[in-house]
Design a protein around this ligand. Sequence first.
Ligand SMILES: Nc1ncnc2c1ncn2[C@@H]1O[C@H](COP(=O)(O)OP(=O)(O)OP(=O)(O)O)[C@@H](O)[C@H]1O
Ligand SMILES: [Mg+2]
Length: 359
Amino acid sequence: MELTPELQEKKRLMIDGLKKTYKVQYDAVQPIPYIKDRLYCVDKVFVEGGVEVCLAPELTRDTGGSWERLEYYKHIYTDSRLNSKRRIIQGEPGYGKSTLTLQLAYDWCNEVWNSSMRKVDILILLRLRQLGGIQSIYRAIKIFLLADEPRVTIDDIKNIIQNCSSVNIILDGYDEYPGRDGNNNNDVDKMIVMELFQNVDVTVTTRYLPKRLIKETKRAKLTGFDDKARDEYIRKAVVGDNEEAVEHIKRRLYENSVLTDICQVPLIFVMFAHMAHDLKQFMEFTSVTQFFKYMIRCFHEHLKRKLDDISAHYFVSVVMTESYLGNALRFLDPVDLQYLYRFACGLHPMLEKTHQPFA
Ligand SMILES: Nc1ncnc2c1ncn2[C@@H]1O[C@H](COP(=O)(O)OP(=O)(O)OP(=O)(O)O)[C@@H](O)[C@H]1O
Ligand SMILES: [Mg+2]
């Protein structure tokens, strides 16, 4: 349906408002979580990590089935094997799901010429951890994306979205969604099972598969950084074309096989790369154990950063106090990398199956 001139104008205001909000977000990628004043534009640091597409026609809850590599993240929206109005992008903690959504937002805002986002009229990117208790997607858009644009109301948003032919919705972090798997019959639930927005492209990123999914849902997963991605990251985000500095970081990385393995995780690798370059102190770590203990503090920051904007102040202020952390660190076995990693990402290893943050 044609928009009235008045709604056309509102749509323009809405798009401008969304772009402003996304810019603040994509300009604030923070590779070392505890250094808050070192923020990067996503496009200046983003590299192609591994993306695979699931070939299984049926939805299985595990990661079984056969997977094939996609060459570029941009193909998530164009590859025929992922052709559907409902898509899931799975990835372990720290594998780059949120960063990928920011890159897509960047592509949309800047009309990047070879991006499928260029053809999208309106991109809605919401962080699911913020949407607890919110029934209406239009209200969520107003509160989290257009709070600074008083000329666009919740009703305007609804009218525009319902009458716009090309809307793309990305919901980031289903595992962090307070209403996950709850069958609350709100707009998020309805979108996922296609009771709402049948003709709108909806992508959900998540660490694990939601319980209720429709069979049309296609899946991709992020598999982390291989050698090529790491090399590219060091050059693009850390040292530029300074060959000597590139070699220095790589030497540090490959001198310990444990480190090499765990640096497949983008969250860990980017911290490692920046620290290896920046910190004299880094050279003084006498053991991998010390290095991991140091990293745990960084992970703790990664977790706190997420919790800042959800109603979980109790969790941060009472449970995750310095003394709690100090105690937990004393008893951690740094050889158990899985444990460290889960701990850092807010998942207690024992509770992981229920996907609850530990407390
Ligand atoms: N493709 C990438 N290019 C460059 N840096 C990346 C990339 N993916 C991830 N990173 C870095 O790793 C950090 C962690 O990634 P991100 O927060 O996107 O992971 P996630 O999968 O959303 O984790 P979680 O499950 O905890 O939400 C980012 O802050 C960013 O610095
Ligand atoms: Mg995330």
